[in-house]
Structure formats: structure tokens, C-alpha cells
Design a protein around this ligand. Structure first.
Ligand code: NAD
Length: 364
């Protein structure tokens, strides 16, 4: 098969981790006989420096013309003082909205080889952590009206949270469909004891439940969910929630699995062209040092193979290669145990990419 992948390397560690994911995708091509071509897209602080715009319209067009988008990370201290609408991170919202990707899918899964890296108690980890957060991505408070005004001599800031029935229904369906393909348990998370938007959310989810009798739906308030994720994460299979709640809960969920450097995410809309990225940022503190963990980005590439290119065997090959690298003791600095590490060897970003690519080609 031939596929065109738009590649956004971005800022900080972005170029380093994306280079390793491409190395692994090239290994997939060699093993399975595919041809992937890469269309370079300037976005982020580097694009601002070059074009005066963190996401020039022509660059968004390149993404829309691709079969899928592989994204590293953007932003950094150099661009922190730019006005809000020129901040690179703001353009991630523009990219998501431009691509119409309304469903963000973040797995929270513990790799058995990294169980000791979880900050949770071993008996809690032993019950298993394997759930997915399906987060609505282009609605809610991040996309509502924002304004700051002066009222009676003091600054007053307003951010508006809006959800329509249609927006809730389309993400709700993704939640039910995802649960149907897994263990059939869906937890709908909201704050219906306080918010009207959450009461609408709950009623739409209950209406949809009638169409998915094979899925067990339960409701949970977001504050309780934040507690339950650390108390007993084994209870979750699929969580579906709105934009801001999902943003916060998915960072919490990433932490209990060990390192932020390990977690991929996919964002999809109504077409097969998706946006695939690690969940972390541009990590300016470690940029250019060859110590960033590329596995989150490599696993994001595996999700691209699975969800956008319908290549499950190829996606399995990449995930198995990551597992083999961990089993053989190869660790980047962020997942290197502090003690008792006789079987573990610390390697850099490039070597991790080389090793995973080699496992893919060898077939493990
Ligand atoms: P961050 O995720 O970049 O870093 C948080 C911590 O995790 C840092 O100590 C970093 O070194 C570490 N870390 C992150 N990724 C790692 C990896 N792959 N391997 C090893 N360690 C890793 O978050 P931050 O420091 O809050 O943000 C830095 C910049 O990134 C900011 O400008 C922020 O706005 C931006 N950001 C971008 C995105 C994105 O592009 N999607 C997401 C979040 C933050």
C-alpha cells in the first residue's frame, strides 16, 4: 500500500522523537512491502520564526491532503511571551478543529515490564491497568467564548462552556463503539450535579445506551473519577468525557502507568485521516540531548497503522517490537529504574529507535 503521511516535527524534542517514529515506520515498509512518503509540515514556534505564523494556512492544507498526520510536539519558552493568538500551543486547537478531529483516544495501559515505574501501590497495579479515555476534542470550554473585561474597576474573565446534543451524541457513539470492541464497559464522566451541559451530556448518553444493549453504561462525577483512577484503575474499560475533564483525567491516567514519554494518542473525526501524537509536550529541558523517550511517538505511529490505515498486523508488529525492547531491558532515562536494574541498560532516543526498528524488521 502507498500512504502519504504529513509530518509535523515541531519544537523542542519534537524533531528527535518523530525521527525515531519514522525510522520504525520505514522498517514496517521494508517488512510488509508498503511505501510511505512523508510531507514535511512547519508548525509551532519553528513555523512562527520562519513564517510569522505558527500554522500557516498552506501547512494546514498539507495536513488535510494527507492520509494521516504524525505530530511531535510544539511550543517552548522562546515563544511564551507571544500574544495568545500567536502562541504555538493555540494552533494545536486550530489544527484539530481544521482537521475536524473531535474524538481523542488515549490508552492508559501499564506495560508489565514497567510495573515498578507506577507511583501506585504494587497491589493496586497488580489488579491491572488497561483503559481508554475517549475525550471530546473540539467543543466545550476550550472552544467557547473567552473574554476579559473591566467591571466596576476590576478585571473579570469569562470562558463559556457550550455543548450541543449533536456534539455529545457523536462522541458518545465513539465511546460506545470503543467499549463494544473491548470489555463492554463504558463510564460516562461529567459534573451533572452542577452543570447544565453535564445534565444534557448524561441524558444523551442514556438515550444512546438503548442502541448499545451489549455495553454496560455507568455515570460518574468527574471529581469522583479523579479519585477512582488512583484508587482502583482496574474498574475502568472505556471512559468517555468532555474536552476539559478529559484533558485533566488523561494526564492523571498517564502518570499512573509510569512515564508520560510512553503514551500515544489518536484524534479522529468522520474520515480516516487522523492526527497521531505522543501526549507529552516539547520537553525543552531535555531537547537536543538524545535522552527523550521516543516510545510514545512510536506507539502513536502504531495507532496510525491500526486506525487510519487498517493495518492491524503492522500495528501489532510495532507494539510487539516495543514490548520486546522493554523485555530485553532497553530503557530510556525516564523509565530507567533507580535501583535493582541489573537487567536494564540505559540508552538514548536514537538507539531506542534503532532497536525497535530492528525488532520490527526481524519480526518478534
Ligand atoms: P512536557 O510534557 O513537555 O514535559 C513535562 C516533563 O516530562 C518534563 O520534565 C520533560 O522533560 C518530561 N518529558 C516529556 N516528554 C518526555 C519524553 N518523551 N521523554 C522523557 N521525558 C519527557 O510539558 P511542559 O514542560 O509543561 O511543556 C513544555 C512545552 O510543551 C510548553 O511550551 C507547552 O506549552 C508545550 N506543550 C505542547 C504540547 C503538544 O505539542 N501537544 C502538549 C503539552 C505541552
Amino acid at each position: 500500500m502507498e500512504k502519504k503521511i504529513a509530518v509535523i516535527r515541531g519544537d523542542g524534542i519534537g524533531p528527535e522523537i518523530v525521527a525515531e517514529a519514522i525510522k520504525v515506520l520505514d522498517a514496517v515498509c521494508r517488512r510488509f512491502g508498503h511505501t510511505f512518503t512523508y510531507d514535511e509540515v512547519d508548525m509551532g514556534g519553528c513555523a512562527y520564526d520562519k513564517w510569522g505564523d505558527p500554522l500557516p494556512p498552506a501547512m494546514l492544507e498539507k495536513c488535510l491532503a494527507s492520509d494521516s498526520v504524525l505530530f511531535g510536539a510544539i511550543g517552548g519558552p522562546k515563544w511564551n511571551d507571544l500574544p495568545g493568538d500567536k502562541r504555538p500551543e493555540k494552533d494545536l486547537l486550530r489544527l484539530r478543529a481544521g482537521m475536524g478531529v473531535y474524538s481523542n483516544n488515549r490508552p492508559a495501559k501499564i506495560w508489565p515490564q514497567l510495573a515498578s515505574a507506577s507511583p501506585l501501590r504494587p497491589d493496586t497495579v497488580a489488579r491491572g491497568i488497561d483503559f481508554i479515555i475517549v475525550r471530546e476534542l473540539i467543543g466545550g470550554i476550550y472552544f467557547g467564548e473567552h473574554r476579559t473585561e473591566t467591571v466596576d474597576g476590576q478585571a473579570v474573565a469569562t470562558d463559556v462552556l457550550v455543548y450541543s446534543e449533536k456534539e455529545i451524541e457523536r462522541i458518545g457513539r465513539i465511546g460506545f463503539e470503543t467499549a463494544r470492541k473491548r470489555r463492554g464497559k463504558l463510564t460516562s464522566v461529567e459534573k451533572s450535579n452542577v452543570l447544565d451541559s453535564s445534565r444534557l451530556w448524561r441524558s444523551v448518553m442514556h438515550r444512546l445506551a438503548a442502541e448499545y444493549p451489549d455495553v454496560e453504561l455507568s455515570d460518574m462525577l468527574v471529581d469522583n473519577c479523579a479519585m477512582q483512577i488512583v484508587k482502583d484503575p482496574s474498574q475502568f474499560d472505556v471512559i468517555v468525557t468532555e474536552n476539559m475533564f478529559g484533558d485533566i483525567l488523561s494526564d492523571e491516567a498517564s502518570m499512573i502507568t509510569g512515564s508520560i514519554g510512553m503514551i500515544p494518542s489518536s484524534s479522529l473525526g468522520d474520515t480516516s485521516c487522523g492526527l497521531y501524537e505522543p501526549i507529552h509536550g516539547s520537553a525543552p529541558d531535555i531537547a537536543g540531548m538524545d535522552i527523550a523517550n521516543p516510545i510514545g511517538t512510536i506507539l502513536a505511529a502504531a495507532m496510525m497503522l491500526r486506525f487510519s490505515f487498517d493495518m492491524p498486523a503492522e500495528a501489532d508488529a510495532v507494539e510487539n517490537a516495543v514490548s520486546a525492547a522493554l523485555t530485553d531491558g532497553w530503557r530510556c532515562a525516564d523509565i530507567m529504574p533507580e535501583s535493582g536494574a541489573e537487567n536494564c541498560r540505559k540508552i538514548g532516543c536514537r538507539e531506542m529507535g534503532d532497536r525497535i526498528a530492528a525488532y520490527v524488521e526481524k519480526g518478534v
